[in-house]
Design a binder for this molecule. Structure first.
Ligand code: FEO
Ligand code: CA
Ligand code: CA
Length: 630
């Protein structure tokens, strides 16, 4: 293996390759226990399953009777699978590109150059690479989109280098500038959307932007560095994956695979115990440490402990310093789904996207009062982690000094270790969480987990087959849904079921790998990832899966976006994206007549044609009759 080869791997694959977890010793016991069947037999798959098809349930008939009534809710004719290099939306809809990696946010930026992959000097004044989570904010009569740039594709970003490998501090700076967050004003003229170049709202936040650290871990010794002896002022936000929006109109950007940016110029460096759990080692993904000492853990052992948080950004104030909210925990944050409980306390649901990691909930101490100060709402509260029982019940376990034996600051810095101590349920890679706006329930996409029932997580916690993770070597993924007790999101207990188990009924017949009964030949997909509810309560589901369209994935085609109806379980395909791409990030214009969707890491010739660099982008989808979409 060489560093260069690893650029072709996903982050998940890279982590597994560089720092693999050990084989679980009791695999045979786990499989033999039969837990893999229990989820189906007890009816916890809301819309049936392979087991239902075998006569153990009536999910299929439920779906058939309600699907007819629900057909009108979707308002579109589903699209088929695609294997080509473009975007497809239903008949009666149009799509257009809003912005591509390298497009100008400011008029003094250089034009994009397909030979160089863009100018270094103005690389922090253009739209970033690998678009991901986003939110639109209506500020006065302006529309502002805040959008993540998760990571880089060095072979495209540094195309003149051998295999894209950074060879200088300038190369590293360019990569750092292309990631983080873009804040940009957008406007529609004659049905076409564009970025308002030079808008005073436009802003780039990169791997070098000053951040403030707040909450229980701020100022802790573990967060102090030579450059910041206070432990409260860091630089940069990393691997910004999914996102969230607070009730008070700020943007939450979520640091996911931050571990890969740190490495050691001393190959023999002895690593602290917590580094293993977070996948931090001597080998980095992009060689930052060779040219920027801040990322060299042999010189700055605490720097990685200042990453892995949720960062709050005020899109209305380009001068505001982003704030790392340590109370929301430190792990590989996917997104942040906020809601306000009946008594006004703020709830933030969060997934930790790694095989066998956990699902979290933050509950604020204070209450949100519109117009009143929101100071402290994301700094003071309790972090919980989910424990699912096989019988359809679950509980939120509080991470406190009493339950973990750790200080409040340590819980925030070593959240994974705290969650392991209380016995949380190891999950099949929790990706986005979405809260239903018209029912008291929430959903989490469990994208896949080839290690389910095979390996422990990096902390040695077993990953038994069962509950909401019912299939060993889970290659398709599922979406778990929970209903808080008493219809109150602050409740510490809940009921759960599976909204859908993805699968392939054409390949797997009546086995659990065929998926639940709301999956059929016409709507197959794998690896649910991005998820967002529209205002009507329909769930938009985006995939980041295997797009080879062969073997277990035959008939699924390119990655796609689907719409699900929570009431009926009906799921239909709305959109397909170009070969190679995942679809990630979704938000709506203020009038809900435009849907913005992110297309990450497409393969050429998308979008600029043969011989050009592939560029991630955000597209604007509209109905031809300009009616509302969701
Ligand atoms: Fe960045 Fe888990 O997706
Ligand atoms: Ca994702
Ligand atoms: Ca993913």
């Amino acid at each position: 293996m060489t560093d260069n080869d690893t650029y072709d791997l996903s982050w998940d694959e890279w982590d597994e390759l560089v720092r693999p977890t050990e084989e679980e010793t009791e695999f045979d016991r786990v499989v033999a226990s039969g837990l893999s069947r229990r989820g189906f037999l007890s009816g916890l798959v809301a819309f049936g399953s392979g087991a239902a098809v075998m006569g153990l349930g009536t999910g299929a008939s439920l779906l058939n009777s309600t699907a007819v009534q629900a057909a009108g809710r979707f308002g579109f004719t589903p699209v088929g699978v695609a294997t080509d290099a473009t975007v497809h939306v239903p008949e009666g809809y149009t799509w257009d590109i809003l912005v591509k990696w390298g497009d100008k946010l400011f008029s003094d930026a250089a034009d994009f150059d397909h030979v160089t992959g863009g100018d270094l000097a103005t690389s922090d004044r253009v739209f970033g690479e690998n678009t991901d989570g986003m939110e639109l904010f209506a500020i006065g009569d302006k529309q502002i989109i805040a959008v993540n740039s998760e990571y880089v594709n060095p072979k495209l970003n540094l195309p003149q280098n051998q295999d894209g490998k950074p060879t200088s501090a300038d190369d590293v700076l360019k990569l750092q500038n292309l990631q983080g967050v873009t804040v940009m004003e957008v406007a529609e003229e004659g049905g076409d959307w564009h970025v308002v170049v030079d808008s005073p709202f436009n802003r780039r936040i990169t791997h070098n932007t000053p951040m403030k650290i707040s909450g229980p871990a701020a100022g802790h010794d573990l967060l102090k560095t030579d450059a910041d002896p206070s432990g409260t002022e860091s630089l940069g936000t990393y691997n910004n994956c999914g996102a969230g929006k607070t009730p008070w109109g700020t943007y939450l950007t979520c640091e996911e695979n931050f571990n890969g940016y740190f490495g050691s110029t001393d190959a023999d460096l002895e690593l602290p115990a917590d580094f293993k759990r977070y996948g931090i080692g001597v080998e980095s993904r992009y060689d930052y440490e060779k040219f920027d000492a801040r990322f060299d853990i042999s010189k700055n052992i605490n720097e990685p402990r200042r990453a892995g948080y949720i960062v709050e950004i005020d899109p209305a104030n380009p001068d505001a310093t982003p704030v790392k909210r340590t109370a929301l925990g430190r792990f590989k944050h996917e997104n942040a789904a906020c809601t306000v409980a009946r008594d006004g306390r703020v709830i933030v649901y969060m997934g930790d996207d790694e095989r066998g990691e956990f699902l979290y909930k933050f509950v604020s101490n204070g209450v949100y009062v519109p117009g009143a100060s929101t100071d402290g709402l994301l700094d003071e509260g309790t972090l919980y982690v989910a424990k699912f029982s096989d019988d359809g019940n679950g509980e939120w376990l509080a991470l406190t000094e009493e339950t973990t034996g750790m200080s409040q600051a340590e819980i925030c810095i070593y959240s994974r270790l705290a969650a392991s101590k209380v016995g949380a349920t190891t999950m099949d890679r929790p990706e986005w969480v979405a809260v239903n706006p018209v029912a008291v329930e929430a959903y989490c996409a469990l994208t896949n987990n080839k290690n389910r029932g095979v390996k422990t997580n990096a902390g040695g916690d077993e990953t038994p087959v069962g509950g909401p993770n019912p299939r060993e070597k889970n290659n398709y993924g599922q979406i778990v849904r929970w209903y808080p007790e008493n219809d109150d999101h602050v409740s510490s207990s809940f009921k759960w079921d599976l909204f859908v188990m993805a699968g392939n009924p054409d390949v797997h017949g009546d086995s659990p790998y065929a998926g639940s009964s709301n999956i059929n030949s016409g709507n197959m997909f794998n690896s649910p990832d991005g998820m967002m509810f529209d205002t009507s309560g329909l769930l938009w589901i985006q995939t980041d899966g295997d797009y080879k369209n062969e073997g277990d994935f035959a008939g699924m085609g390119n990655n796609q976006m689907l719409v699900g109806d929570p009431a009926t379980g009906q799921i239909e395909r709305f959109m397909t994206v170009p070969y190679g791409a995942e679809v990630t990030g979704i938000t709506w214009s203020a009038d809900k007549r435009t849907l913005f969707v992110g297309i990450q890491h497409p393969a050429a010739p998308f979008p600029d044609g043969e011989g050009k660099l592939a560029r991630s982008c955000v597209v604007a989808v509209k109905r031809s009759d300009n009616a509302m979409i969701g």
